[in-house]
Design a protein around this ligand. Structure first.
Ligand SMILES: *Cc1c(COP(=O)(O)O)cnc(C)c1O
Length: 358
């Protein structure tokens, strides 16, 4: 980015960040295309809720739109305005639907499409004037959605349903519930008038084309997550975090590191304090047995993760200096396995202090 040389500076002229997130946009687009191909004749949308799973709607959405994606899913109405900077409202669906009149008014003003999730939501939407909407049917996840036996309710038959949707609870596992939900969805689709059908998330796409219907809704796999083995070797890593060294310090035997003095040096050590902490998604669960990387060296994390910092052992790398950037491993399946955090949690906790580069 060009930096202005003249004074006075404005507050927009921020100094370079000590946290960077490199986004591999070609990998993002390749992931969407691969999922689109696996979706067969179905169209492929994109879940971009939670600021595109932490990666930033403004960075992710234009690439997906250019690739040909026409259906974008968020959870909250508050997420809509940012999305509308990039695509027309008719391409945007709001998964939480219409909780009250204020939501209905906002839906009308914005033009984004609500996903109706209950008979009550259907009434609120109809009372506010009705019109195009989507309808979620619960086929077994028991979260949001009308139950199949409410399909015949008068207010439901009065809806102008574009997408009839359901959501898989266990698509990342091989369990009978997947085919049970598929079956229940097919049955209800015969009772409720609709334009199109949509069932599969990322893992659902990997279950095969029986699950694809007219539109698939991947999120996780777009961003490099691999929920099922079928996607290994197909889905590429998208996000590469890096954090700067703030200070290099020398420890003497007996010195301890960090909150609660959880690490004690047994020998003289060279350590680096690094600008990433749990506020940046580097949760304490990731600290144990984790290493950052620099020029091929592993730099193990020492002691507890703080809010804004960690300390790493850089004895192995005498060249490391203050200001150098260290790579934070972010192969999602591997880091999930190592930390016990889900791939979704690793992405969505990323935080807002990274300078996103692409
Ligand atoms: C989040 C979400 C998706 C995307 O799921 P992934 O597992 O991230 O692919 C699709 N549909 C609904 C209803 C969702 O809530």
């Amino acid at each position: 980015m060009a930096r202005r040389e003249i004074f006075p500076m404005t507050l927009a002229d921020r100094p370079p960040a000590s946290l960077r997130l490199s986004l591999d946009k070609p990998a993002l687009v390749a992931n969407w295309r691969a999922l689109d191909k696996m979706s067969g004749s179905a169209q492929t949308g994109a879940a971009i809720k939670a600021d595109a799973y932490g990666l930033g709607v403004e960075h992710v959405l234009p690439s997906l739109r250019e690739a040909g994606c026409k259906h974008f899913f968020v959870a909250h109405w508050a997420e809509v305005p940012t999305v509308l900077e990039h695509v027309p409202a008719a391409m945007v669906s709001v998964l939480h639907g219409i909780a009250n009149e204020a939501d209905a008014a906002f839906a009308r003003a914005s033009g984004a499409i609500p996903v109706i999730n209950s008979v009550k939501q259907a009434s609120t939407w109809q009372q506010s004037g009705g019109g195009r909407c989507h309808l979620m049917v619960d086929t077994g996840i028991n979260r949001l959605g009308i139950s199949p036996d409410q399909a015949g309710a008068e207010v439901i038959s009065g809806l102008e349903v574009d997408l009839l949707m359901s959501h898989l609870a266990c698509a990342d596992e091989d369990v009978p519930q997947n085919s049970q939900q598929l079956h229940a969805f097919c049955e209800v689709s015969e009772v409720i008038a609709h334009r199109q059908l949509s069932l599969a998330n990322s893992a659902g796409i990997a279950l095969g084309q029986d699950f694809a219907f007219d539109l698939t809704r991947p999120g996780l796999a777009l961003y490099g997550g691999i929920p099922r083995p079928e996607l290994e070797g197909i889905i590429r890593q998208v996000a590469y975090p890096e954090a700067a060294v703030l200070q290099i310090r020398e420890l003497q035997p007996g010195d301890t590191v960090g909150y609660n003095a959880r690490f004690t040096a047994e020998k003289p050590m060279r350590v680096a304090t690094v600008s990433i902490g749990y506020a940046d998604g580097f949760l304490r669960a990731r600290g144990a047995a984790c290493a950052l990387q620099h020029e091929g060296h592993d730099l193990p994390v020492m002691g507890q993760v703080s809010m804004d910092m960690i300390v790493v052992d850089c004895s192995a790398n005498a060249n490391l200096k203050e200001g150098d950037f260290l790579s934070v491993l972010f192969d999602l399946p591997r880091e999930s396995q190592r930390s016990g955090l889900s791939q979704y949690e690793l992405l969505t906790t990323i935080g807002s202090r990274f300078e996103i580069r692409s």
